[in-house]
Design a protein around this ligand. Structure first.
Ligand code: FES
Length: 68
């Protein structure tokens, strides 16, 4: 599914870039161009970044709980 129509960026591409370290809207704009034209994809991009950060926190909590 396309997240950014203006730059033909799919959700899979976006998640791949986030996994590779582009974990802010600005970094994603620099990497794949999202939010650089009409900006309508901004809400979805922010949601993906937020979701990724929450998942990482959950992983951290799980890993911490497992190591005790
Ligand atoms: S939809 Fe992403 S900049 Fe227009």
């Amino acid at each position: 599914m396309y997240i950014c129509i203006c730059n033909q960026v799919t959700e899979a591409q976006l998640r791949n870039e986030i996994e590779r370290g582009a974990n802010t809207v600005r970094k994603l704009r620099d990497a794949v161009g999202v939010t650089s034209q009409c900006g309508k994809c901004g809400t979805c991009v922010k949601a993906c970044v937020k979701e990724h950060k929450q998942l990482n926190r959950s992983d951290l909590l799980i890993n911490t709980a497992c190591s005790v």
